[in-house]
Design a protein around this ligand. Structure first.
Ligand code: NDP
Length: 303
């Protein structure tokens, strides 16, 4: 069984970008990413900081616009409008979730499509499904890089995506389809999930339920990508999922939780050919792909 780590893939992606960034710099151009963070959700703040840090490490300019939770729709719209029209701004990222009074779809659609580095604007979603992608959402785009890196062929394969979010499940299905896999998308109303998943030679789990997929959900030799990131505090569950894994228990003792994927790693690993770990699998690729999209936005507009 191959453990498909994300870091070596992210490193290759970054190396590729370093050359492009250096070439732009020689022409006096520094690609820039502007993140908008509304409210004080602690997880969102962590993600935005990590994205800004990754930008700076690659030599991109990163700016975070922090708005209070009570920001009005007009105030947010004004900021997006200003960034849309600023020629120095290459990428705009609206960190989700927004506070409940701000309609997400409206603001995602307001971002200029050519600066939409998350790939959530309806125009970019449409282009992806038409098979001529411009900006592809970062997590599924990163997963395609991971599968390429580990030599997983997709043409003619049966692929099952569990989860149908706009951020992961749906764009993942579009990319697998474009790679000539035969794709099934399962979700919370899918009866007999195990039977559906067992048909997948490639399975992508993007659900957000700890260890939902077990040995009964995979066929021998399958390639499994675990997108889920779930905080688990329950010691009994951790002991069941990672028997004899002292490090996990130490982490649980010190932090009070451990991060668990949607796939029961210990149960699934002996059955399948390849599996991503959590953490350390898909996670590192999401940010690397955001950097790639930002550089691409810069090249498309100013290249
Ligand atoms: P969402 O909550 O938006 O979507 C979850 C999907 O899972 C929905 O389509 C839902 O179905 C489906 N689902 C829920 N319960 C079940 C079930 N019991 N059986 C089958 N399907 C089910 O989540 P996201 O797509 O945003 O994220 C999914 C996971 O991936 C989360 O753990 C998230 O933290 C993680 N993630 C990780 C990233 C990374 O970089 N590593 C990046 C993005 C996400 P329905 O539509 O019917 O409700």
């Amino acid at each position: 069984m191959q453990t498909m780590e994300g870091k070596p893939v992210a490193d290759v992606l970054r190396q590729r970008l370093e050359g492009q960034v250096a070439a732009l710099r020689e022409r006096g151009i520094v690609p820039s990413l502007h993140a908008i963070l509304v409210g004080d959700d602690p997880a969102s703040a962590v993600y935005v900081r990590a994205k800004a840090k990754a930008c700076q490490e690659l030599g991109l300019a990163a700016q975070t616009h922090r708005l209070p939770a009570h920001t009005s729709a007009d105030e947010l719209a004004d900021l997006i409008d200003r960034l849309n029209h600023d020629p120095q701004v290459d990428g705009i990222l609206l960190q989700l979730p927004l506070p409940a009074h701000l309609p997400t779809a409206r603001f995602l659609a307001q971002i200029a499509p050519e600066k939409d580095v998350d790939g959530f604007h309806p125009e970019n979603v449409g282009l992806l499904w038409q098979g001529r992608p411009r900006f592809v959402p970062c997590t599924p785009a990163g997963i395609m890089e991971l599968l390429r890196f580990y030599g997983v062929t997709l043409e003619g394969k049966r692929a099952v995506v569990v989860g149908r979010s706009d951020i992961v499940g749906k764009p993942m299905a579009a990319l697998l389809l474009q790679a000539n896999a035969t794709v099934t998308v399962a979700h919370s109303r899918t009866p007999d999930l195990a039977q559906v998943c067992r048909q997948g030679q490639v399975v992508v789990a993007a659900v957000g339920r700890p260890a939902l997929l077990g040995a009964a959900h995979v066929q021998p030799g399958a390639v499994v990508v675990d997108v889920g990131v779930n905080r688990v505090e329950d010691r009994t569950l951790v002991e069941r999922l990672f028997p004899g894994d002292g490090e996990r228990l130490r982490e649980l003792n010190t932090k009070g939780y451990t991060l668990v994927g949607d796939v029961a790693f210990g149960e699934v690993a002996p059955v399948v050919a390849a599996l991503t770990p959590v953490p350390g699998g898909v996670g590192p690729l999401t940010i690397a792909q955001l950097l790639a999209n930002t550089v691409k936005a810069c090249l498309l507009r100013r290249g």
